[in-house]
Ligand binder design. Structure first.
Ligand code: ADP
Length: 470
């Protein structure tokens, strides 16, 4: 018990323990201790306990924090990696050897998901690049729009033909960016009516006129309405020009064939209806008939030659041909013709051979046509010179005359089929208007070129250049 000691005047702790022997109490052992020192010791003990507990708490806290950080570290790594992936920044993997077993499994699963995702992304971007390469390599323009007619994709040619700026116009409605209104209308109509549409337009620019075929098809439907439309633009200028040329050619050829045939029919009818015709008239009629038949034969032969030289090279029998020999032969064969016309025919030929790889008969005919024209369009007393040489690694053949010459505007057209400066005169001379076309196509098929220089009233010079054989 504790009690205040009047003697010592301090709070004392008294302890009495009985001394017992068997059943009998022998006496009491009493002891007293000033409470002050007890309190001091108790205080010391309490302080030590508090200090220990405090330090233990701090240690536990620190340990807890460290452990928590260690266990959440892989999670934070994964969060960061996932965020990066979502932002498309990088596709980094996370370390798999950190944290608890569950954490390691999670990291492994995360990495495997990451790998798969990367593979798929690569596959998708590979497909996209392939598609872009195909579309940009196409010789057609391609443009795709969504249901609101906003541009989803356009390849280079499409952008050029629709006059779009890919960087600026992607995602914008087509009618806001393209001034080719027919294309905009066609796309809108294809979406509205959900059907394939086709139209041809003529696009005129500062430099040229282009004919463009537009084909619009709706894209696969979304609840009964197309998800958009695809427009394919195809330049058909060359095809349409070729078609027009073919139409003209057929019309011209038919006309050329019809004229002698009409004359022949008239002559034969007269001969038939007038059996009493005198011998002289009959002779004249037959002579005329012969000339018309000759004209027809010439025309058919020129048409055949033209179709041969305009065709591919397979139609030719290519061999090494010496243009010097060819020129000599043509010269000899034309000498009597020139003499008969009162035109002097000369040659300027080298003493070396001029080998080219070509079709002998086609080249002979080209030379023949040039000499024929020169002799036909050079009046009596004039001069025609045939020259051949090697110049700058090419075979050069020239046919020069002192004839009527050709006006500059006609010089551009004389190589066209059936073009003749003076139709009546050409016909009179047995011309078909195909001679120079045959020359041009022959030379082109031999990898060469033909040119003309001429001065009206003074004469002309036709020049062929053909690569020498290897
Ligand atoms: P053609 O059978 O009428 O001669 P070409 O195709 O050979 O047909 O020539 C076309 C036209 O070019 C001729 O009709 C003629 O008007 C002109 N021409 C060709 N060669 C000459 C030349 N040497 N001198 C003047 N005109 C020429």
């Amino acid at each position: 018990m504790t009690r205040y000691s009047q003697t010592l005047r301090v709070e004392m702790l008294y302890l009495a323990i009985p001394a017992v022997s068997g059943e009998e109490t022998l006496g009491f052992t009493r002891t007293a201790l000033p409470l002050d020192s007890v309190n001091r010791r108790l205080k010391d003990a309490r302080r030590s306990i508090l200090l220990g507990a405090g330090m233990a708490s701090i240690l536990a806290l620190l340990l807890g924090i460290i452990l928590a950080r260690r266990s959440t570290f892989p999670l934070r790594n994964m969060t960061r990696a996932a965020r990066d992936m979502a932002e498309g920044k990088n596709h980094g993997r996370v370390p798999e050897g950190q944290g608890s077993v569950e954490m390691r499994e999670l990291a492994a699963a995360f990495n495997s998901m990451n790998d798969q995702l990367r593979e798929r992304m690569e596959a998708v971007s590979g497909e996209r690049n392939k598609l872009a390469a195909i579309l940009s390599g196409m010789k057609e323009g391609v443009l795709a729009v969504d249901a609101q007619e906003r541009i989803l994709h356009v390849n280079g040619l499409g952008a050029e033909l629709l006059r779009l700026d890919v960087n600026r116009d992607l995602g914008r409605p087509i009618w806001e960016c393209s001034r080719v209104t027919e294309a905009n209308e066609l796309l809108g109509q294809a979406i509205r009516e959900n059907r394939f549409l086709r139209r041809e337009i003529t696009a005129v620019s500062a430099t040229r006129q282009r004919i463009i075929e537009l084909k619009a098809s709706p894209l696969a439907c979304e609840e009964g309405r197309p998800a958009g439309a695809v427009l394919v633009l195809n330049e058909v200028t060359d095809i349409r020009q070729l078609e027009a040329m073919r139409r003209d050619f057929i019309a011209n050829a038919s006309h050329e064939l019809k004229t002698p045939l009409t004359v022949i029919r008239g002559l034969t009818e007269t001969l038939h209806e007038e059996p009493q015709m005198d011998a002289d008239s009959r002779e004249r009629f037959i002579d005329k008939l012969n000339r018309q038949v000759g004209r027809l034969a010439g025309l058919v032969s020129d048409l055949l030659s033209l179709s041969r030289v305009e065709g591919d090279r397979e139609q030719f029998e290519m061999e090494t041909v010496d243009l010097l020999e060819l020129a000599k032969t043509s010269y000899k064969e034309n000498l009597p013709v020139a003499e008969a016309k009162g035109v002097s025919l000369r040659v300027q030929l080298p003493n070396y051979s001029i080998p080219v790889t070509g079709d002998r008969s086609a080249l002979t005919q080209a030379l023949e046509n040039l000499l024929d024209n020169a002799l036909n369009y050079t009046p009596k007393g004039g001069e025609v010179t045939l020259k051949a040489k090697i110049h700058e690694g090419q075979a050069v053949v020239e046919v020069e005359d002192t004839g009527i010459g050709i006006e500059p505007e006609d010089q551009l057209r004389i190589f066209e089929r059936f073009f003749r400066v003076d139709k009546a005169r050409s016909r009179e001379l047995g011309g078909t208007g195909l001679g120079l076309s045959i020359v041009k196509h022959t030379v082109l098929s031999h990898g060469g070129e033909v040119s003309v220089e001429s001065e009206p009233g003074r004469g002309s010079r036709f020049r062929l250049r053909i690569p020498l054989s290897a």
